[in-house]
Design a protein around this ligand. Sequence first.
Ligand SMILES: Nc1nc2c(ncn2[C@@H]2O[C@H](COP(=O)(O)OP(=O)(O)OP(=O)(O)O)[C@@H](O)[C@H]2O)c(=O)[nH]1
Ligand SMILES: [Mg+2]
Length: 254
Amino acid sequence: MASYQRIAKDVIRKADILLEVIDARFPDETRNSEVERDIARSKKPFIIVLNKCDLVSKETLERTKSRLSNVAPTVFVSSKERFGTTMLRHKILQTANIRGREILVGSLGYPNTGKSSVINAVTGKHSAGTSSISGHTKGVQHIKAGSRIKFIDTPGVIPFGENDEYLQGLLAVKDSTHLKDPIGVALKIIEKLCAENKPALESFYHITVEEQNSYEVLELIGYQSNFLKKGAEVDETRAAVKIINDWQTGRLMV
Ligand SMILES: Nc1nc2c(ncn2[C@@H]2O[C@H](COP(=O)(O)OP(=O)(O)OP(=O)(O)O)[C@@H](O)[C@H]2O)c(=O)[nH]1
Ligand SMILES: [Mg+2]
């Protein structure tokens, strides 16, 4: 059995309640239908944790809030800024509705969405190892959070599909040196920013975006950064790598 099936199915079976940790910058892309279907089949309570809320604007967050409210109870968290963690603890206790014994909380999600960081933010300790390099959590780990809650931290076991390279770039699962098509990934980042927070893109790169397509914006950023090849042509790969690095290190907000 693939590692996803082994680990995720086992956690779903053992836990009293499941968390799906998703990234606030791309909630749709980091939800996983297979995981959600398996959780639904188990008939166990389920909470969506929208993590990394510090990396999105208030407007983006409001839009996401209204969309997800129909899907499942959703809690908005920034583990970095310890925001939403009291609410998450409260929601777990309320949703699980178990008295007289410890509640086992399974945490699932794509690599690097911040599963371990969320657990640490709730426990207030650095019990679960975290890293900017994805694939940090190797095995399943149990972490106590007070007397009533125990978390199961899992590695990011959700498999990426064949066409998910851009998602691996967006999630910083692969850095710019490991992406086969950095230009393609950078174009996705530009499209996302143009759609959701164009002013952030404009002010960060000191550009003005009007009617240009994403490729033209990439060239503009390359030009503005003085990434030129011989003959004053823009070095698009260099521009793409910069954009991916800026995105992956959290310098660009949506
Ligand atoms: N800005 C910001 N960064 C975060 C937040 N939560 C986690 N991160 C960062 O995201 C990266 C991944 O965090 P982890 O907690 O290791 O993610 P994970 O889902 O446990 O990753 P794996 O175990 O590798 O699957 C780290 O660089 C964290 O510092 C958050 O709320 N805001
Ligand atoms: Mg982890």
